[in-house]
Ligand binder design. Sequence first.
Ligand SMILES: Cc1cc2nc3c(=O)[nH]c(=O)nc-3n(C[C@H](O)[C@H](O)[C@H](O)COP(=O)(O)OP(=O)(O)OC[C@H]3O[C@@H](n4cnc5c(N)ncnc54)[C@H](O)[C@@H]3O)c2cc1C
Length: 357
Amino acid sequence: MKRVDYDYLIIGQGIAGTALAWHLIEAHQRVLVVNDSSRPSASLVAAGIYNPLTGRKLVKTWLADELFPYAIQFYQRLEEKLARKFVYPQNIYRPYRSQEERDNYLSFISEPEISKYIANSSESQIDVIGVHAPYGGLEVKGSGWVDLSGLIKFSREYFIENNQYLESEFDANDLEVNDNSISWKGLFARKVLLCQGFDARENSLFDWLPFNPVKGQILDVTFSDYSADKIVNQGIFILPSLRDNEYRVGATYSWHDLDWETTEDGKAYLENKLRLLITGNYEIKGQRAGVRPSCKDRRPLIGIHPEHVAVGIFNGLGTKGVTLAPYFADEFVNHLCRDKELNPEANIARYFSLYDH
Ligand SMILES: Cc1cc2nc3c(=O)[nH]c(=O)nc-3n(C[C@H](O)[C@H](O)[C@H](O)COP(=O)(O)OP(=O)(O)OC[C@H]3O[C@@H](n4cnc5c(N)ncnc54)[C@H](O)[C@@H]3O)c2cc1C
């Protein structure tokens, strides 16, 4: 084998690249994270919520029993290592929209697999000041949010201090792929792992994967009469931010106009929902947009290229980067370093029939 400077080059430092880098470092691998911070990142826009029961039918999130405990443990491990706070466990309060919805929810939560995530269900207003909830609501537990921006910022500082970070654009045309190694701009590594989020589509090595990106927008707001120590969720969510008295309201979902620009339509959609949910006034302080790197079947896109064993991808985290990234970073590292099988539902091998180069 040629000279090797690193075991792994990781391209992109959103939550995917960050979680993967930490797991490889913990596995004593030599890592260099290459990231162009002038590009947008979904992780820096995301609300960071983790929520075991989603949608109108309170559907249990895929692999919730495994993903959630692992993710919390991973973020707490980083809190200790970096001496910062990143994870904020918080129940999710879901006001019922109608008597009918209340009856439906009460029947859903009679299922033991669902009821273990229910903290409380009530016909009366729970202690959330300023929320319109004439039919009462229920509270989901095992939920909360992660400060992804802080986690990425302080991880980057650590990587820089340890010579594990390079601020640079990555162009796949500069990549030389050999049988068991790669070289890029004079650096040699055993493998390159692409964690580029939405931008993976511009990379010819993986442009055959069935990406299905989803644009999303959120608002930063202040309220005249609202106070909650929980996340509130009814079609949209309201959650506290780290800025005093400021909350985040989101999110929109759009499969077209896939850019990073905020729109008046997005703002109007969120405001309409917000007005129905709260009783007082609000003021908009900011608006942000991002593109979620989703796959058609809503499962992660992880694994080694069908032709080039030195090239891998860690993508497709979609709407759930917070909980998918740590668990699947662990799986991927076990695959890379210990030859363990990847979950077939996440392994890109499920799409190899689409590869035709
Ligand atoms: C409005 C909104 C709300 C969301 N809310 C939540 C939520 O509450 N909970 C949740 O779990 N998820 C949420 N998500 C989804 C979450 O943001 C994504 O799942 C996650 O951020 C994807 O992370 P990633 O690392 O794959 O991509 P990104 O965060 O986009 O990171 C990609 C990185 O790669 C770098 N990069 C790309 N191309 C290159 C290149 N050529 N050279 C160098 N660097 C490059 C970029 O600079 C970037 O840093 C939300 C998303 C949006 C848009």
